[in-house]
Ligand binder design. Sequence first.
Ligand SMILES: Cc1ncc(COP(=O)(O)O)c(C=O)c1O
Length: 434
Amino acid sequence: MTKFISIKTSLPGPKSQEIAKKRERYIAKPMGSSLSPCYIAHGEGALVTDVDGNQFIDLTGGWGCLVVGHTHKKVVAAVKDQAEKYLHTDFTAVPYESLVELAEKLIKLAPGNTPKAAAFFNSGAEAIENAVKIARAHTKRPAIIVFENAFHGRTLLTMTMTHKAMPYKYHFGPFAPEIYRLPLPSPSHLMANIEDFEKILINTVTPESVAAIVIEPVQGEGGFNVPQEGFLEYLRKLTDKYGMLLITDEIQSGIGRTGKFYAIENWDIEPDIVCLAKSLAAGLPLSAVITKKEITDSLPGGCIGGTYVGNPVACRAALEVINIIEEEHLLDRALKIGERLKEQFLKMKDKYSIVGETRGIGAMMAVELVKDRNTKEPATQETAQVVQECLKNGVFVPTSGINKNVLRMLVSLEITDEQLDEALDVLEKAVAKV
Ligand SMILES: Cc1ncc(COP(=O)(O)O)c(C=O)c1O
């Protein structure tokens, strides 16, 4: 018996099937849904009810956008209140206070004492695009360094910065120039001497032409890879040595998921630019680029922006997200959820040979499924089967990794212990069955 999960129809149920028929007819095929064939009617916290009345536990958290869960009451109230006042002006035409207040809050929370400034956009990719534009304009250099297994978005520039070809780069070239990809030293790909990284860099691109190194403090789509110990600190020194900027892409790892508001706070480092999105506005489109103030001060007015950037409804939602994280101690909650996930994955590793490495920080925890623990041959097909089995039994589980063999947890930090236990029980049974 499950307390939260309730599957009343075959999946997808009849109402979802009806919508799917229309979808087939009217929605562009490349916009496929990779996870649930069931259409949502309602979401609350970590629970999703579909149009047929089936209830699921959602470990995807809207692909990492719902640190505060579906329809948090405070977010909904702020959104309603703002919607009744004004929906849009364009901040550069008629400004509003909530955007300024949000910038102040994000900057007060940001690591380091250097004065900072914030710019707002709509999506994660836009944040990265603009961070790169700002870095290039500030340094007057063209090159950008990114890492193996990175994901930075799907626009022309960010798709180029993203590693995985299929499906993200499918015949979408020619790609943007001056993007150089280097290996990411990590616990599973240790670099015996981290300082060898400088040689690799110099052999790839003239360091004096590099505007910035862009790194995810914990890789998201790449499979929750954490950089090797000491690497981020080393990168800070290396970027300073050559006058490059250090940009952290915290679009997936930021906003509390790792147990710190900014993921980079897990290290004693002050980046030059930090990019946020996803959970920032509880699922509304909003992204932020936080820079050292001197960097954006060196650019002329009007050179960045966009019609919809920093939407007032999204800004009000984001202010609530920050309050909720503080009031409900969600940073501590992230650590507790992370411990529970890790304990579960290690327990599963003892029982099932398919379970490989567990990795991540805080609630940003993942487990790899492998055919062979020594060779680490990815169990890609089996991972897809586990996801299907979980779906059938009422749990949405997201995958990641270049080989799609990593189960990554992007659950809302609002999930209760009981709900988490129920979801993990389903997950374990699915792994056992596969
Ligand atoms: C680390 C990271 N950067 C950038 C992006 C792109 O964000 P968006 O899909 O909002 O453009 C994502 C999205 O998954 C991401 O995880």
